[in-house]
Design a protein around this ligand. Structure first.
Ligand code: FMN
Length: 196
């Protein structure tokens, strides 16, 4: 195996910011394929391959937005007219939503569910980094009815077998954001020494 050094990759990861406001063009099929392929390079204890993705392309986003808003209200969550309008405005420009789920392995003594969740999170992070490296922005949201039963089920993920973990809005950033305010990683890190 060739070990490749990629300082550009690190620089790209350091400059990534979530950006909610995206527009067309989204990734083309080849770019999307590459982006999703990075997801399945995530660490995966026992090779469970539990990651699942559903693509909601631009032509379907309006119908999906109706579904998500109605389902959220039926679920008992208030959505004010202003919130509804904001959501519709946001969604009207988004060229691609990727729904994110993983197949649950119940009562797995080798891979507890926390590890399954972490692997899904790592897959989503790879997608966000790959999208950014290709010049796109993305935004992970657990709005849009993610926690209702109805929305995941309408997308093909019944709650008995799948854990639905939200959506990525992916596209071309409408505005370039300034660099993110990030903590100093060393302030969150300590060195352990035996006997200290
Ligand atoms: C699992 C998950 C769910 C999220 N859901 C929402 C959400 O519903 N609404 C929201 O405004 N931000 C949400 N966020 C936060 C944004 O996606 C983003 O991470 C945050 O704005 C920080 O941006 P950054 O990635 O540039 O640090 C979520 C983040 C994660 C990890």
């Amino acid at each position: 195996m060739t070990i490749t050094q990629s300082p550009d990759l690190v620089a790209s990861m350091l400059s990534r910011r979530s950006n909610k406001l995206v527009q067309a063009p989204g990734p083309n099929p080849e770019q999307l394929n590459q982006i999703l392929q990075t997801a399945v390079c995530a660490p995966d204890h026992a090779a469970m391959r539990a990651w699942r993705f559903v693509l909601i392309e631009q032509a379907e986003i309006s119908a999906f937005t109706d579904l998500a808003i109605d389902a959220t209200r039926r679920w008992g969550r208030e959505i004010t007219p202003q919130k509804e309008q904001n959501t519709r405005n946001w969604m009207s420009k988004v060229p691609l939503l990727i729904g994110l789920a993983y197949k649950i392995s119940h009562d797995n003594s080798k891979v507890p569910e926390i590890e399954q969740t972490l692997s899904m999170g790592a897959a989503v992070m790879n997608i966000q980094n790959a999208a950014h490296a290709l010049g796109f922005a993305s935004y992970w949201s657990t709005g849009l009815g993610s926690y209702t039963e109805e929305v995941p089920e309408a997308l093909g993920f019944d709650g008995l077998d799948y854990r639905f973990v939200g959506f990525l809005a992916v596209g071309t950033p409408i505005n370039q954001l300034a660099a993110g305010q990030r903590p100093d990683a060393m302030s969150l890190t300590h060195v352990w020494k035996a006997g200290a």
